[in-house]
Design a protein around this ligand. Structure first.
Ligand SMILES: Cc1cc2nc3c(=O)[nH]c(=O)nc-3n(C[C@H](O)[C@H](O)[C@H](O)COP(=O)(O)O)c2cc1C
Length: 146
């Protein structure tokens, strides 16, 4: 059975709920899924999985700021075992801000730099994830099939 790791950083729970929803879809598609808060992740464990998904919300006003808990992981991400691995990135944000879901863009850029293979365009959720259930499910099905 293919194994998927979903790593999320979330302050008010929106990206966490999205991570859980995506995990549910992947499980229904037959993948063995682990959903982990980025604060609890051991860097390097990505190598045990076939698919790695990152979820991170965006904070800050004048520049892109990753969700607080994600910053340490992001800064050490050069050591993440992603080379040649299937990867997808999602996050919650608000299009009223200059850098709408800028964390998704920043993480995707980092994944490219360290040799990960992005299997879907980043999923950017504008506002409440409850309003994006169809888009979230479609994205999860896309990465599950990649
Ligand atoms: C002070 C503040 C700054 C924010 N900055 C951004 C931003 O730069 N870009 C963006 O897309 N969303 C921004 N947001 C919106 C959050 O990312 C959004 O509320 C998101 O749903 C939070 O997700 P989480 O609960 O998973 O942390 C900001 C929100 C606050 C309160």
């Amino acid at each position: 059975m293919a194994r998927a790791l979903i790593i999320f950083g979330s302050t008010t729970g929106n990206t966490e709920n999205t991570a859980e929803r995506i995990g549910g879809i992947l499980s229904a598609k037959g993948l063995e899924v682990t959903v982990e808060n980025v604060s609890d992740v051991t860097l390097g464990n990505e190598s045990d999985y076939d698919l790695v998904l990152y979820g991170c919300s965006t904070w800050g006003e004048d520049e892109i700021e990753l969700q607080d808990d994600f910053i340490d992981y992001y800064e050490a991400m050069d050591k993440a075992a992603l080379s040649g691995k299937k990867v997808g990135v999602f996050g919650c944000g608000d299009s009223a801000y200059t850098y709408f879901c800028g964390a998704v863009d920043a993480i995707e850029e980092k994944v490219r730099q360290i040799g990960g293979k992005l299997v879907a365009e980043g999923l950017k959720i504008d506002g409440e994830p409850d309003d994006y259930e169809a888009e979230i499910d479609a994205w999860a099905e896309q990465v599950a099939a990649a």
